[in-house]
Write a protein that binds this ligand. Structure first.
Ligand SMILES: Nc1ncnc2c1ncn2[C@@H]1O[C@H](COP(=O)(O)OP(=O)(O)OP(=O)(O)O)[C@@H](O)[C@H]1O
Ligand SMILES: [Mg+2]
Length: 396
């Protein structure tokens, strides 16, 4: 299996290029899998095909997959995540938050690396294209197998020995739960798999990294840094793709199209973030570098107002749990009461109050929960969530 990892600064076009590469690879007759490891999954949006945690067929010879850490944790690492969750709760971390914290940002890539290790063993795909989160996270995580090894080598044996002593003594006195033997077995298995991931990542015959960038100074600088780090960790950099290069001759129609698309998208911004005070700043014909241009940007956003003033004290959306139930409270001060429509699908909540429409991305702890009751009064919508039907934690 050949693994191609796309990485680069936020928004440069990683997802688009990963999807495009995968499609072209499948068209060449390779059994291809394209996998998103960015928790803000947009691969499905890019392909315009709804994806899930398990590979979904997108076209002939092409499958797509968006890593869902929660599913993966429940299937394979319940021992580890379960312990971490219990530990956090014992320290007074709230129920909902504990679940979010266990799924640390970046877990998607770690999960993906382990999946790649499995896919490679199984020989199911010829090519795996990986779409990652922006560079900083990705770099840290690509070096994760190294770090894991370092920690394990030093602490693992020591830690386990200490636990043997600690459980009958400390465990009884303190409210801190101690990990079980199975926890350590899971960790050890993880360790061995990471070693194989490490081997795969550094072998240019099996794995290559492609850096995506735009012809902008800030992007180029970050890419330079990424380049150095990738070299430092011995990851093979195979290609550089400069995306969003304007053609030499663009006409007025080009701009017209850009403006039309922008208008539609600004409408979406209203729908998603309605309650939050909003300002706009223009697209300049140059990058915003240096003090003069920064000053101009501030002026365009804030005018003569004090940028440090408190523009709003509202909490447009609040997530909380009470009596074992989860709630979302949404402030909709301008909404009428005539009709109220509320439903959730996977990780998204859809709300329609009269003419007012809102779409909200739910945190992990809510994914798969069903909407129970919804109450709208004095400009505030309170939604109660019920546990998933039939015990399944995911899906519609
Ligand atoms: N060459 C291009 N011309 C015009 N638009 C593009 C081009 N490449 C990408 N885009 C658009 O730019 C946006 C961001 O692209 P994309 O999602 O591929 O970037 P990304 O690097 O994956 O972003 P993120 O860091 O958020 O994951 C998308 O709307 C995409 O359709
Ligand atoms: Mg992306």
């Amino acid at each position: 299996m050949r693994t191609i990892i796309y990485t680069g600064k936020g928004g440069v076009g990683k997802t688009s290029l990963a999807a495009a590469t995968a499609m072209a690879s499948a068209a060449k007759g390779h059994r291809t899998l394209v996998m998103s490891t960015d928790s803000a999954h947009s691969l499905g949006d890019s392909l315009q095909v709804p994806l899930s945690h398990d590979p979904v067929k997108v076209a002939d010879g092409l499958w797509g997959q968006e890593i869902d850490v929660l599913v993966e944790m429940e299937r394979h690492w319940s021992e580890i995540s379960g312990y971490l969750e219990t530990l956090l709760k014992s320290q007074g971390v709230e129920d909902i938050t504990a679940k979010e914290v266990v799924v640390i940002p970046g877990m998607e890539l770690i999960t993906a690396l382990l999946l790649l290790e499995r896919y490679e063993r199984e020989g199911k795909w010829d090519v795996a294209v990986v779409d990652t989160a922006p560079t900083a996270d990705t770099l840290r995580l690509l070096s994760f197998p190294d770090a894991v090894q370092w920690y394990f080598d030093r602490f693992f044996k020591l830690e386990k020995r200490m636990m043997k002593v600690a459980r009958p003594t400390v465990g009884r006195l303190m409210h801190t739960p101690l990990p079980s033997d199975r926890f350590f077995e899971s960790l050890q298995e993880l360790y061995l798999r990471f070693r194989r991931v490490r081997e795969m990542l550094s072998d240019p015959d099996r794995c290559s990294v492609r850096l995506v960038l735009n012809p902008e100074r800030m992007v180029i600088t970050e890419t330079q840094r990424a380049y150095t780090y990738l070299c430092l960790f011995g990851l093979p950099i195979e290609m550089l793709i400069v995306n969003r290069v304007f053609a030499e001759q663009e006409d007025g129609k080009f701009l017209q199209k850009v403006l039309e698309e922008q208008k539609a998208n600004l409408g979406l911004v209203e729908e998603y973030f309605g309650g939050v005070p909003m300002r706009r700043s223009p697209r300049y014909p140059h990058e915003v570098l240096g003090l003069d241009r920064l000053r101009q940007l501030a002026k365009d956003v804030f005018g003569s107002e004090d940028p440090a003033k408190i523009f709003s004290r509202s909490r447009p959306v609040r997530f909380f749990s009470k009596g074992g139930k989860k709630y979302v409270q949404i402030e909709l001060p301008f909404a009428g009461k005539e009709t109220l429509e509320v439903f959730s699908r996977a990780d998204t909540l859809f709300v329609k109050v009269g003419w007012y429409k809102r779409t909200l991305l739910l945190p992990y702890a809510y994914v798969g929960s069903r909407v129970g009751t919804a109450n709208f009064s004095s400009g505030s919508l309170l939604i109660e969530f019920l546990p998933p039907a039939g015990g399944a934690k995911h899906g519609a």
